[in-house]
Design a protein around this ligand. Structure first.
Ligand SMILES: C[S@@+](CC[C@H](N)C(=O)[O-])C[C@H]1O[C@@H](n2cnc3c(N)ncnc32)[C@H](O)[C@@H]1O
Length: 252
């Protein structure tokens, strides 16, 4: 709506503008009207999407999926069952950090907190700015880092993650990854794998879920050993959770 003097004048709707454009034929005025009709349509669509996103995190997930399909790598967020299984494999008594890679809308983050991980020990890394903003609003006490998971070594060493009483970064006891590793191109994937394996404490544990129900874990190419594997069928699509650690580390 436009405000003219004290009168509220309703702007012509998309259909009315398109009708005018058709009637005007192919002249310049017709083209301008058609462009205006398209703009009004796009603005309305944007407002509708923003409203839906504010009402439901799943809409935000879908919007990011449409914007960056290769990066999001899933048609919907993990099921509560998968999230709960991932969280149950984390030792809540460990004093170090739990670093979640690819937080999305926070389904696994919420399960980790419900499992007893203190917010002050939890770090969530998310590449999408919109999803990272959402995570910050949803989990105010949790450290949310927006950017590429390949940078976790740098963030850990440069004081971007919670530190201990001595001011030194707490060790990364657990990495919980929801990254769609198989849809991330090779060079970028290798950087993430190297960074993750490097930052994981010697006794640490890494959990990765994947929709590939068979085959080796990409983390094995970075030198980690697979200690345990299980399937979670109650997810869309069904998933596998791999638990990995450094060679010689005792499986918990
Ligand atoms: C399959 S979704 C999983 C989301 C959530 N963890 C869940 O289980 O519902 C993958 C998430 O990883 C994020 N992501 C993809 N590549 C990334 C990268 N290189 N660094 C950080 N986050 C990334 C995507 O934006 C997306 O939110």
């Amino acid at each position: 709506m436009r405000l003219q003097s004290n009168r509220v004048v309703r702007a012509p709707g998309v259909r009315a503008l398109a009708r005018l454009a058709r009637r005007d034929g192919t002249g310049a005025a017709g083209t301008a009207l058609a462009a205006r009709a398209a703009r009004v349509g796009v603005d309305r669509m944007r407002r509708a999407v923003d409203l839906a996103v504010a009402r439901s995190p799943q809409s935000l997930f879908l919007r990011e999926l449409v914007a960056q399909p290769g990066t999001v790598g899933a048609i919907c967020a993990s099921s509560p069952r998968l999230a709960a299984r991932m969280a149950a494999l984390v030792d809540a008594q460990q004093p170090g950090l739990v670093v979640e890679l690819g937080g999305g809308t926070g389904v696994i983050t919420a399960a980790l907190l419900a499992h007893g991980i203190a917010p002050a020990r939890l770090v969530v890394v998310e590449q999408s700015a919109a999803l990272a903003d959402h995570l910050r609003r949803r989990f105010p006490g949790v450290c949310v880092l927006q950017g590429d998971a390949a940078d976790i070594g740098h963030w850990h060493a440069s004081g971007h993650m919670p530190a201990g009483a001595d001011g030194l970064p707490l060790p990364v006891d657990t990495i919980v990854s929801g990254l769609p590793l198989l849809s991330i191109p090779q060079p970028a994937r290798q950087r993430i794998l190297r960074a993750g394996a490097h930052v994981l404490a010697p006794h640490g544990r890494l959990l990765q879920f994947t929709y590939a129900l068979r085959g080796a874990s990409p983390w094995q190419t970075a030198g980690l050993h697979r200690q345990h594997s299980e399937r979670v069928l109650a997810n869309l699509p069904p998933a596998r959770i791999d638990q990995l650690g450094h060679p010689g580390a005792v499986a918990r």
